[in-house]
Design a protein around this ligand. Structure first.
Ligand code: NAQ
Length: 254
C-alpha cells in the first residue's frame, strides 16, 4: 500500500510506538490521518501537523472499552467527513497483570469491537469497498512472558483473531495483518505489575536484555504497512522486520 493520499485511522496513535509511527506515516503524505486515543495531546497533534502541511491530522477522543454502538457512531462521523478509509490501525494496550478484566477489555475486546464496528462500513457483503486492518499485537502472543500471563494471553488472542480476519478476507473484502513488536522502550515497559506479584522485578529483568527504540519500531512498522500482505505476522524486534511463519498443529478443514 502506498501511504500517499490514503485515509488512515490510528487507534492509540499517541502512545510510545503510536506517535513515532504517526510521524513516519505523516512523512509519507497520506490525505488524512485520524488519531483516536483515550487522552488528547495537543502538542503531539500540532507537531504531526507541522511535519507535513499537506496532511490533514485530526484527533477524536476514543476509549476502546466503550460499547460497540458508541464506536459505530464515532466511525459514522469519521466516514461522513472522509468518505473512504483505507487503513485502520488498532494499537491500544495496557500492561498490568493486577488488572485482569481491564487487560482483556482493552487489549482484546476493544480491538475486536473496533474491528467489528468498521465492518459495517467496509464489508463487501453490505456493498462496502473492503479495507485493511493492521493490529498491534506482541511477540508475547507467540511465546509468553510467563510472569505476565494475562497480558501475554490477551496478545495471543489478538494474534489469533487477526489471523482469522485474514482468512475471512475472501468473504468480507477486508484484509488483515499483525504487527508484533519485541521489547520497545516506552512507558509501557518501564515498570509494570506481574500476576499475583510472582516477579516484582519483571520490568528490570526484561530491560537487562537488548531492546529496540520506538523509532526503529516505527520505521519497520511503515515498511510492513507498505508491503500490505494479508495474513502476514510481522515481528518487529531489535530493529529488524521479519515475517513469521506460523506452525500449523491442526486444521479445521473447512
Ligand atoms: P504506551 O503505553 O506508550 O501506549 C499505549 C497506547 O494505548 C496509548 O496510546 C494509550 O493511550 C492507549 N490506550 C490505553 N488504554 C486505552 C483505552 N482504553 N482506549 C484507547 N486507547 C488506550 O505503550 P506502547 O509500548 O507504545 O504500546 C503500544 C502497543 O504496542 C500496545 O498495544 C502494546 O501492548 C504493544 N506492544 C508494546 C511492546 C513494548 O515493548 N513497548 C511490546 C509488544 C507490543 C514485547 C512488548 C510487550 O508486549 C510488552 C512486554
Amino acid at each position: 500500500m502506498v501511504i500517499a493520499n490514503t485515509n488512515i485511522i490510528f487507534v492509540a496513535g499517541l502512545g510510545g510506538i503510536g506517535l513515532d509511527t504517526c510521524r513516519e506515516i505523516v512523512k509519507r503524505g497520506p490525505k488524512n490521518l485520524v488519531i483516536l486515543d483515550r487522552i488528547e495531546n495537543p502538542t503531539a497533534i500540532a507537531e504531526l501537523k507541522a511535519i507535513n502541511a499537506k496532511v490533514t491530522v485530526t484527533f477524536y477522543p476514543y476509549d476502546v472499552t466503550v460499547p460497540v454502538t458508541e464506536t459505530a457512531k464515532l466511525l459514522k462521523t469519521i466516514f461522513a467527513k472522509l468518505k473512504t478509509v483505507d487503513l485502520l490501525i488498532n494499537g491500544a494496550g495496557i500492561l498490568d497483570d493486577h488488572q485482569i478484566e481491564r487487560t482483556i477489555a482493552i487489549n482484546f475486546t476493544g480491538l475486536v469491537n473496533t474491528t467489528t464496528a468498521i465492518m459495517e462500513f467496509w464489508d463487501k457483503r453490505k456493498g462496502g469497498p473492503g479495507g485493511v486492518i493492521c493490529n498491534i499485537c506482541s511477540v508475547t502472543g507467540f511465546n509468553s512472558i510467563h510472569q505476565v500471563p494475562v497480558y501475554s494471553a490477551s496478545k495471543a488472542a489478538v494474534v489469533s483473531f487477526t489471523s482469522s480476519l485474514a482468512k475471512l478476507a475472501p468473504i468480507t473484502g477486508v484484509t488483515a495483518y499483525s504487527i508484533n513488536p519485541g521489547i520497545t522502550v516506552t512507558p509501557l515497559t518501564h515498570k509494570f505489575n506481574s500476576w499475583l506479584d510472582v516477579e516484582p522485578r519483571v520490568a528490570e529483568l526484561l530491560n537487562e536484555h537488548p531492546t529496540q527504540t520506538t523509532i526503529q519500531c516505527a520505521q519497520n512498522f511503515v515498511k510492513a504497512i507498505e508491503s500490505n500482505q494479508n495474513g502476514a505476522i510481522w515481528k518487529l524486534d531489535l530493529g529488524r522486520l521479519d515475517s513469521v511463519t506460523w506452525t500449523k498443529h491442526w486444521d479445521s478443514h473447512i
